[in-house]
Design a protein around this ligand. Sequence first.
Ligand code: GLU
Length: 489
Amino acid sequence: MSASETSSNHPPRVRVAPSPTGDPHVGTAYVALFNRTHARQGGGQFLLRIDDTDRSRYQATSEDHIFHALEWLGLNWDEGPDKGGPHAPYRQSERLEHYQSLIERLMASGHSYRCFCTADRISELREDQKANKQRLGYDGACREISPEDSERRATAGEPHVIRLKVPNSGETVFKDRLRGEIRVSNDEIDDQVLIKTDGFPTYHLANVADDISFGITHVIRAEEWLISTPKHVLLYEALDEPLPTFLHVSLLRNADKSKISKRKNPVSLNWFRQEGYLPEAILNFLALMGWAPEDDNEVFDMETFEEQFCIEKLSTGAPIFDMTKLDWLNGMHIRKLPIDTLADRILSEGFGPEGESKERILEILPMMIDRLTRLGEFTDKTRWFFQTPEPPTKEDLVPKKSDAETSLAALKAASEFFGSLASFKHDAIASGLDELISQHGWKKPFLFMPLRFALTSRKDSPDLIEVIGALGAKQSVERIDRACEILRQ
Ligand code: GLU
C-alpha cells in the first residue's frame, strides 16, 4: 500500500528537529541550511522543533546552545520554542497530550496495541533470535491480547508500552525525492514502540504527530533516518494522513567514510565558533558538501546559494568533512570581508588581545589578513605587536651559515640606521636595509633573520618592512638593542 503525498503547490513548510543531548552538532546546521533555503525559495516557513522526549539523554543547556549556534550561523527560523507560532508549543516534552490523542486514534482503529512484555522477556527474545540467526525484533506476542484484557491490565496499573501493529503481509512503499522509490517488505518492519513505559512517546510517534500538526510539507533530514521512514509511512497511513515529501540528505563522513564523529573530526558548532571560523565559511563549506555551484566557483555567499540551489539536485554521494578545505574557505571569506568589518568581528567574537582598541587592531590587520586562517589565531600571531614578546634566544638570532658576530654587526647597523632615519616610511626602510646589505656584503638572511627574531621573537611574521613600519622607530630600536645584548652574552 502507498499513501498519497501532500500537495506540493503550497509554500513549503519544513523543519529541523535537533535533540538537546549535547553540543550543537554540525549535522544540524547542514540539514537546517537545506531546509531553510528551500523554505525561503518557495516563500514558505522554516521551523525549529526541539525533540526532547528522550529524557535519559536530555541536557538542560543544550537547547540554548542550539539556538545560539543556529542564530550565529544566520540560520534563523520562523517558528520555534523561543519564537512561538501558530502551532506552539514546539518542544516535544510540552506536547504530550497531542501524542496521547493520536495514540487514542491508533488504538481505536486497531493500528496499535499494548505490550506487557517485561524487559527480561524482550532481552531473552533478542538473545534467542541472535542465537538462531533470526531477524531481531518483537515477536508480536501481545498482539493477540483482547482489547478488554488489555484495558483491564492497563487499568490495574500493569507496566506496558504501546506498539505499532505493522501489517503481517504486503510491503510499504514510498518515494524519496533524492533516492527514488523505496519498497520494504512489512515482515521486515518491527512492531515499533510508540509510547514507552514512562508514558513518553518515542521519536517515531512524536515525529509523525508533529510533522502532521505543523503541516510539514517536506521532511528533509539526514540519511540515517531513512531506515525509520517505513515506520513513519505506516503511521501516516494508519492515521489516514497524506505523506510529506521525503528527502534524505547524505551523511557527513570522516575521511575513512565512517559517519562523522567527534573522535575523528570536530563536530560541535561551539568549537567552530571558538576557533574563529566565520559563519559564511561554514555555510559555504556545508553547502558544497551536498551541492555544486553552476560555475565551479567554490567560494560563494548565501545570496548566490539561494539563487542557484535546488533541493532536488542535492547529491546522494558521501561527502567527506575535509578540514583543510574548510580552513581554505575560511581564509577566503576572511579576505572577502571589509577590513573594518573584520576588526569588528575579531572584537565582538572575543579574539582581540585584551584591552586593545579597534584602532590598534586596524593598525596591524592589513598586514595580517593574508596570514589568517581562523580568527582565533589573531592574538597569538600578533602578540609581538601589542606587547614586547619574550626575548629570542641566541640560537634564534644566528641564522645557519652565519655567526653571532655577523648577527650582532647586522643588528647594530640596523639599530643605528633606524635611529637616524628621519621618515619612517616603507620605501625608506626598505632601501636603507638593502643598502646595508650591499655595503657589508651580507647575504640577505644574515640581516633579515636576526632582525625578524629581534622584533617579533618568531620566525613567521608578516613582511619585515611592514613589521618595522608598524612598530615604529622607538620600539624597533629598543627590541634590536635587547637582541644585541643577548648576542653579547
Ligand atoms: N530528532 C531527530 C534528530 O535528532 C530528528 C530527525 C528528523 O528530522 O526526523 O536528528
